[in-house]
Design a protein around this ligand. Sequence first.
Ligand code: ADP
Ligand code: ASP
Ligand code: MG
Length: 441
Amino acid sequence: MLKVAKFGGTSMADAAQFRKVHKIVTNDDDRKFVVVSAPGKRFKEDNKITDLLYLTHAHIKFSVPYAPVFKIIEERFNSIKEELNLNINLEHEFKVIKERLDNKCEENYIVSRGEYLSAMLLADYMECDFIDAKDVIFFNYDGTVNRDKTHEKLTEVLNGSRRAIIPGFYGSYPDGSIKTFSRGGSDITGSIIASAAGADIYENWTDVSGFLMADPRIVKNPRQIKRITYQELRELSYMGASVLHDEAVFPARQAGIPINIRNTNEPDNPGTIIVGDDEKAYESKDDDHIITGIAGKKNFTVFYIHKEHMANEVGIIRSALEVFDDRGISIDHIPSGIDSFSIVLPSESVERITHEIVEELKAKCKAESVHVHKNLSLITTVGIKMAYKPGISAKLFTALGDNNINIRMIDQGSSEINIIVGVEDKDFEKAIKAIYDAFVR
Ligand code: ADP
Ligand code: ASP
Ligand code: MG
């Protein structure tokens, strides 16, 4: 058996958490490769090291002295080192980093140092190998991962190690400079390493006992999901159930490696297992809820385009899409009717150009009218079993109606494993609770 274990920010937040990680890893000889995040929050008002590093970069960019912010970072790492009695020469590491900050202002390099130092500390504490992610995770210049080169190198390096700690979140470009994934990207590093190592399981250790049926900040004590398919998980994490980075699913899934979400603070809880999409894998699901989970995001904008006899016209939707495509803006949903269709996308991508887009849509589609609705929330209700059962939508709409929540948009994913509704941002939390109560309680 071979396990790859990734520990997130809260699991690395201080010396006490490092001790838990040490115990979890050494408890099981199969946990050979360990990927770590930068120290996260120790309590609600605390700062994540990565946020402080972004702040350091902002100081340098705007020529404001960065030393005060960097000092907080140094203190966080120093206190872990001291409490654990480690020998690592952190002063030297800080010196190297600061020299580089004084010469060049490279955001990717700066923000990657949280993971780098976190992994250095853990490797020292656990007395095992440190593998720098820049030497094993390779990016192409377009920002995608060079899978072949990464796999080849990882296989070689991992083969030579009995146990190794690897920083998450970053790798390198062909010229050796540092490149990071998007926020939360250590999950992706873990998945890539699990796939290259041919792991039997990819364990993702965090601060919740697995995936919950709804965001615990909205629904009180939501039930734990025991098994979920990759596809369901993708739908949920894309819509904000942010336990796992939504791209982290691919490498493990392609290699057929199950992902296990576990809680560092409750290591005996088996957590959530993410399994193959085939129905077989799902038959063993041991709870009988028709839905698997609910997730959602606020702040979408809808462009509502009306044109009579639109259904007879070829290419009208394509013309509308070109308006966004020309600006490199991607679209989330296109629900359509007979004489109208809508284009739904995150508000932030069109905030400053809404009027310009309306005018262009009118002209290009020769539309009778184009309306804009802002402040729309999208909520997805996901469940692979939903496709085979009638009456689900009716139940969902009734639940929202009974709670006086106006539905502004409805869209069913083509895979039929989810139903998406759009509601006003002000109704977001209320709607999630209503759906949860209708299907789960
Ligand atoms: P890490 O730092 O370990 O990577 P994250 O903060 O990225 O952890 O992810 C874990 C968090 O995801 C939880 O603390 C919880 O607040 C949040 N979360 C959002 N939706 C869900 C959900 N459906 N189930 C469990 N946790 C969720
Ligand atoms: N530390 C990085 C972040 O905060 C990456 C990660 O934790 O996965 O986004
Ligand atoms: Mg995370």
